[in-house]
Design a protein around this ligand. Structure first.
Ligand SMILES: Cc1cc2nc3c(=O)[nH]c(=O)nc-3n(C[C@H](O)[C@H](O)[C@H](O)COP(=O)(O)OP(=O)(O)OC[C@H]3O[C@@H](n4cnc5c(N)ncnc54)[C@H](O)[C@@H]3O)c2cc1C
Length: 394
């Protein structure tokens, strides 16, 4: 069987088997070994679970998307996605799994796809063993969705180095990163064609990591701003080549949009199972509340949304595995993953009554966590624009 046929078979098995052993094993491991602390407290105080992160590293999960020759686990796409689904199913720490997705699917993918051997040799080992964090920094306070209307600049000096100036905003791992991949304009007159990606150490002269910024959900993911004030870097800091920033961003963002909701798909399944258990044990008027159609139909919708999000996730994977263009499937996977996650979290909250609103029962947090998906990796509005364009409208 060819490598491609094996990949397709693996994905088909992943789609068909809701209880695939890879997923079940990852879920059980995550349930037993992660999130042993008080998650309500961690959420309240925005505390990142560094010990859990290191446990994920020891398990090889931080190397899921990295080939073995670069030190990763070299897992195929189906195994990687099933593992992420299992992790999301096994732990309730939405911030941890978002951080995992962000690190694996943006910083690492950029290094694997575009890094020089030297950049990979220097940066990947720490990311894989959990001793360092990388940030992927494109957003600016005034740019946002219009990512390439950026004011950060990297000016070439007479001796061949670059001086980077600018401010990147709302960056996952920003306040704690050891290095970042930062996008800056090397030719402001050339628009997106003049953007270059640089790998910059966070302790380099002129780099400042801002404080943690508090947010509504996924509060356990570290998040904040990065400032660059006359930061001097050599040519060896350029990722890919000068002017390739837009291509790098386009390639990486499709991967992130395709798979960032893989853990959430697992989390939706857990929420569905727990909501069914609640609906069959909680009584009202002498009957389990699940007997009432208003409740059972909400549960049916949760089931349908979970399956839909899963199918769009693996549809995106099939596009990658068969070498098709990924912009459409990636955008749809993210739109569907986000919308279904929010709607099901709301339904779960309603079915749990006041328990769905009070923090200690850990249902309300899933609503707050799921809302972030409307914005990160391209807002849902912007992704709808992408899909409309690909359909020849809009
Ligand atoms: C949890 C989280 C993690 C993040 N992590 C990172 C990270 O690691 N690295 C990074 O670089 N950035 C990161 N971001 C930033 C994120 O990419 C931006 O927030 C996003 O691009 C939107 O930009 P904005 O917030 O400035 O909103 P704006 O672009 O100002 O948008 C405001 C509103 O206008 C709408 N809108 C804007 N333009 C259009 C348009 N063309 N068509 C239709 N509607 C439009 C939007 O949908 C939104 O509703 C993160 C954000 C969040 C919430």
């Amino acid at each position: 069987m060819s490598e491609r046929e094996e990949a397709l078979l693996g994905l088909a098995e992943a789609i068909a088997d809701l209880h695939h052993p890879v997923k079940v094993e990852a879920s059980e491991w995550a349930r037993e070994r992660l999130s042993r602390h008080d998650l309500v407290e961690a959420d309240r105080n925005s505390v990142f679970a560094i010990d859990d992160w290191r446990r994920c590293a020891e398990r090889g999960w931080l190397g899921l998307f990295v080939p073995t020759e670069l030190g990763g686990s070299g897992a195929d796409l189906a195994t990687s996605l099933l593992t992420l689904e299992g992790i999301g199913h096994g732990t309730r720490d939405g911030g941890l799994v978002y951080a995992l997705g962000s690190q694996l699917l943006s910083t690492q993918v950029a290094l694997v796809r575009f890094g020089s051997r030297e950049q990979q040799r220097r940066r990947l080992p720490g990311l894989l063993d959990g001793s360092t964090f990388g940030a992927f920094a494109i957003t600016e306070a005034d740019g946002g969705s219009d990512a390439f209307a950026m004011s950060a600049t990297a000016t070439r000096t007479a001796d061949g180095t670059y001086r980077i100036n600018g401010h990147k905003s709302l960056i996952t791992f920003g306040p704690v990163c050891d290095f970042c991949i930062v996008f800056a304009s090397t030719r402001p007159d050339a628009g997106s064609w003049g953007v270059t990606a640089f790998i910059v150490d966070a302790d380099a002269d002129g780099v400042r990591r801002g404080p943690l910024r508090e947010k509504m959900g996924m509060r356990t993911t570290p998040f904040g701003d990065l400032f660059f004030d006359d930061v001097e870097v050599g040519e060896d800091a350029v990722l890919g080549r000068e002017g390739a920033g837009a291509r790098i961003f386009g390639s990486v963002i499709d991967v992130e949009r395709s798979y960032v909701f893989a853990p959430q798909v697992g989390a939706m399944e857990r929420q569905l199972d727990e909501t069914i258990m609640f609906a069959t044990s909680r009584t009202s008027g002498g009957r389990p509340i699940g007997d009432y159609q208003a409740v059972s139909h909400r549960i049916v919708s949760m089931k349908e949304r979970h399956e839909r999000a899963r199918l769009f996730l693996y549809r995106a994977a099939l596009a990658e595995a068969t070498g098709q263009p990924t912009a459409l499937t990636a955008s749809l996977a993210k739109i569907v993953g986000c919308d279904t996650g929010i709607e099901s979290a709301l339904d779960a909250s309603l079915i749990h009554g006041a328990r769905g609103y009070v923090s200690e029962f850990e249902v309300e947090r899933t609503i707050r966590d799921s809302l972030a998906g409307l914005t990160f990796s391209g807002s849902t509005d912007v992704l709808r624009n992408v899909v409309a364009r690909l359909l020849g409208v809009g």
